[in-house]
Write a protein that binds this ligand. Structure first.
Ligand SMILES: [Zn+2]
Length: 358
């Protein structure tokens, strides 16, 4: 487990600036802007994990105080801090969702260079559609323009991501929308844009259209599932809401990747068992539940076939999160490896793995 270079199949970029305490705590969890009502964000599982596991990477003693930690971080500077954590994560590849950039973030190539790994890009469907809309298009030409843009990007991206969960919830129609339905929905949305509304796609028909158009490219399609930031209604992000669509998509044989999933990781495990095309990860939950990563992974694996579970960090902003997620995932797998074989091998003094038992 330690020697395998992890492939982080869903993450975002790192911020390119030094962070004060407010800035650091704001990026530590998905809760965004920090508030003093709950005290410090360091007083949480993830906060304790930073002090326990990240402090030594910055040459500090284990359990350094938040003040010591942030002082040392500032002294080293963000370039060095990013280099250290990404190198320490032990990655072989990063698949980066570049669709959410509230500020300039490190590119897939830059992340890859810092990590000594390959950096790839995942194309976000809503961003693609919003670019098409902002570029000027008619309702009748919208579908063709989206498909053309996907074809243009097909060499640059290795998969697509839908954030329908954020925008409209996962209760998407099972059947592909008809051309007329797409034109009607596009006309409504483009009309709102002309009336001065900000460019933000949040329409069930168009979300479903984009998923089907993405599937036509043959590349894997990721869905945001489960928890995220305050922009999201968690009860609308249960992956079971996708059941009808997953059933209709199954004959295409295109892999559907359910991202994060917590606290619906058991539901995701069920879907991965019954639909051959469905895969899952427990990204974001890993570093947030910290010492409970093994328990969450075990729950996801209750039903999910072992060929259907991937690693992701869903790290955003802080380089610590790429490192912490990888470390906690490895530790969880190592416990599994001990129970699965290591303990018996040690107690019965069996030969090392790879040596035939006969
Ligand atoms: Zn994400």
């Amino acid at each position: 487990v330690d020697s395998v270079g992890l492939i982080d199949h869903h993450c975002h970029g790192v911020v390119r600036r030094d962070l004060d305490r407010h800035g650091f705590e704001t990026l530590l969890t998905e809760a965004g802007t920090d508030s003093s009502l709950g005290g410090s964000r360091f007083d949480s599982r993830i906060g304790f994990a930073v002090r326990r596991w990240c402090a030594p990477v910055l040459d500090l003693p284990v359990h350094a105080s938040p003040e010591e930690y942030l002082d040392r971080r500032a002294l080293l500077g963000h370039v060095e801090v990013t280099r250290r954590f990404l190198a320490a994560a032990g990655l072989s590849a990063l698949l980066v969702d570049t669709g959410f950039e509230p500020e300039p973030l490190a590119t897939p190539a830059e992340l890859g260079e810092a990590a000594g790994a390959d950096g790839y890009r995942i194309g976000r469907l809503e961003t693609l559609a919003e670019q098409v809309a902002a570029g000027g298009v008619t309702a009748a030409g919208f579908a063709v323009a989206c498909r053309e843009r996907m074809a243009e990007q097909a060499g640059d991206v290795i998969g697509w991501k839908s954030v329908a969960g954020y925008r409209v919830g996962l209760d998407l129609p099972a059947d592909p929308p008809s051309p007329t339905e797409v034109i009607t929905a596009a006309g409504r949305w483009l009309g709102e844009l002309e009336a001065g509304r900000p460019v933000r796609l949040a329409d069930r028909t168009l979300e479903a259209f984009l998923v089907w158009a993405a599937v036509e490219t043959g590349l894997p399609v990721q869905f945001h599932v489960g928890y995220g930031d305050t922009d999201l209604d968690l009860h609308r992000c249960d992956p079971l809401l996708l059941t009808g669509l997953l059933r209709r998509l199954a004959p295409t044989r295109v892999p559907i990747m359910l991202l994060h999933n917590y606290p619906y990781h058991r539901q995701a495990g069920y879907l991965a068992q019954v639909f051959d095309t469905v895969f899952l990860d427990i990204g974001l939950a890993g570093h947030n539940v910290a010492g409970r990563t093994g328990a969450v992974l075990a729950e996801a694996l209750e039903l999910a076939p072992f060929g259907k579970v991937l690693y992701s960090s869903d790290a955003f902003g802080l380089p610590e999160l790429y490192f912490l997620a990888a470390l906690l995932f490895r530790r969880a797998l190592r416990l599994g490896a001990l129970v699965a074989a290591g303990n018996a091998r040690r107690v019965y003094q069996l030969p090392p793995a790879g040596v035939p038992l006969s």
